[in-house]
Design a protein around this ligand. Structure first.
Ligand SMILES: Cc1ncc(COP(=O)(O)O)c(C=O)c1O
Length: 407
């Protein structure tokens, strides 16, 4: 990937923001351009930028009317953000287990966890690939649930001919430092539904009464704001605005998105070639009709089969010149904040008087598939330039040969 054209554009756009300066109700217009172009690229009507890809989901839940007494079904293999935003709405996160081969949330497990209190599902496009969205949407339609796609890691992914992000009711993306598009931190919600778009906008900008779904509509016109009788806040909101400087960088990257995605797909393809034929390293399965965008390349180490541990593999890989590999996040339900229900200190949301369901116990055994698989997942980074990628391939080749020789 040639980064020089991208860098030049980033600098040019940032300079335009700096030259324009800072004003309360006027801006250089990059947030509006980013929102419009992003939505257009994903084939939907509305885009609403946010300060990060956690805030995005919080706004979506608020827009969907999720609150105390409601349950939201989520996967346990994800960044904790997907679960924490549910708690932030004082709703109950319900964890559905994963598929052992795709590592994605399993529709049959979602079905088992539906109750009269279920209000929404947040399917995660894990590591850059969509889960089984047809099955998820069917369940959602049957039970009248809102679907919020967490696509923090998935840009331009395809699901049976559709672009990932255009299937659920709303979709969330992250511009955090490791993502396909990054401006350090940031995020965006996209949707085709004007009502949701407006509610997301209001949730993200302090609940200002005049805000609309229009691109860049993040401020109240001066003449209205100057009136001392003006009632600003009609709904509950937060301040999740994305600064113009970040919008400028994210827009430059959006305009190079195809290349940014292909770059990662190419590096993933090289890992795939190296592990081909190795039966104790099993990559995330890509079902037919799906395009994986490889935020990272993830492999299950069949530790018992080869008789080595995750740490032994990693240490040897590093010894052979590879950069330290990442393990997968621990299943979210086993993180201490969930295990100990260390939320609001007053029993909420699980023992909130408004919650009539069965209090969740976040403990081992809740999602046996993820609990078995997660400790042996190896996440290889894909955002390496050619030389660094060469070193990873060499290290991986040597590591496989080393353990095959000694097994
Ligand atoms: C699957 C997933 N969801 C949500 C997030 C949260 O995004 P952010 O860090 O922008 O808040 C991330 C990444 O950080 C993620 O990987």
């Amino acid at each position: 990937m040639d980064f020089s054209a991208l860098k030049q554009k980033e600098h040019q756009y940032v300079k335009e923001v700096l030259d324009f300066g800072w004003h309360n109700t006027r801006s250089a217009g990059f947030t509006g351009r980013l929102e419009k172009q992003f939505a257009h690229r994903f084939g939907v009507e509305y885009g609403i930028t946010h300060s990060n890809g956690t805030a995005t989901m919080h706004s979506c839940l608020a827009a969907a009317g999720v609150g105390p007494g409601d349950e939201v079904i989520i996967p346990p293999l994800t960044a904790a953000s997907t679960a924490l935003v549910v708690i932030h709405q004082n709703a109950v996160p319900v964890f559905a287990d994963i598929d052992p081969e795709t590592f994605e949330i399993a529709p049959e497990s979602i079905r088992e966890r539906i109750t009269p209190y279920t209000k929404a599902i947040i399917p995660v496009a894990l590591y850059g690939m969509a889960p089984d969205m047809d099955a998820i949407m069917e369940i959602a339609r049957q039970h009248d649930l809102v679907v919020i796609e967490d696509n923090a890691e998935c840009y331009l992914g395809e699901y049976k001919g559709r672009i990932v992000g255009s299937i659920g009711d709303m979709a969330s993306f992250s511009f955090q430092g490791s993502k396909h598009i990054t401006c350090g931190d940031g995020g965006i919600v996209i949707t085709d539904n004007e009502e949701y778009a407006e509610r997301v906008r209001k949730a993200a900008v302090l609940g200002y009464s005049t805000l609309t779904a229009d691109p860049g509509a993040t401020a109240i016109p001066k003449e209205i704001r100057q009136d001392p009788a003006f009632e600003r806040h009609t709904v509950l909101g937060w301040n999740y605005r994305l600064p113009e400087l970040c919008s400028a960088v994210a827009l430059a990257q959006l305009e190079h998105l195809e290349d940014l995605v292909k770059w990662r797909q190419n590096v993933a393809g090289r890992y795939a070639e190296v592990i081909e034929g190795c039966d104790w390293l099993v990559p995330q399965r890509v079902p037919e009709g799906l395009t994986h965008t490889y935020w990272c390349y993830t492999v299950l180490l069949k530790a018992e089969e080869i008789g080595i541990t995750w740490h032994q593999f990693r240490d040897q890989y590093v010894e052979f010149g590879g950069e330290p590999i990442y393990g997968a996040w621990r299943p979210v339900h086993l993180e201490p904040v969930f295990r100990d229900e260390n939320f609001y200190g007053k029993g909420c949301p699980n023992r909130c008087p408004l919650y009539k369901g069965t209090p969740q116990k976040y403990e081992e055994g809740l999602c046996p598939v993820v609990e078995r698989i997660q400790p042996n997942l190896l996440q290889f980074r894909t955002n390496y330039d050619d030389q660094r990628a060469d070193r990873q391939m060499e290290a991986l080749t040597r590591t496989i040969a080393y353990f095959e020789g000694s097994s």
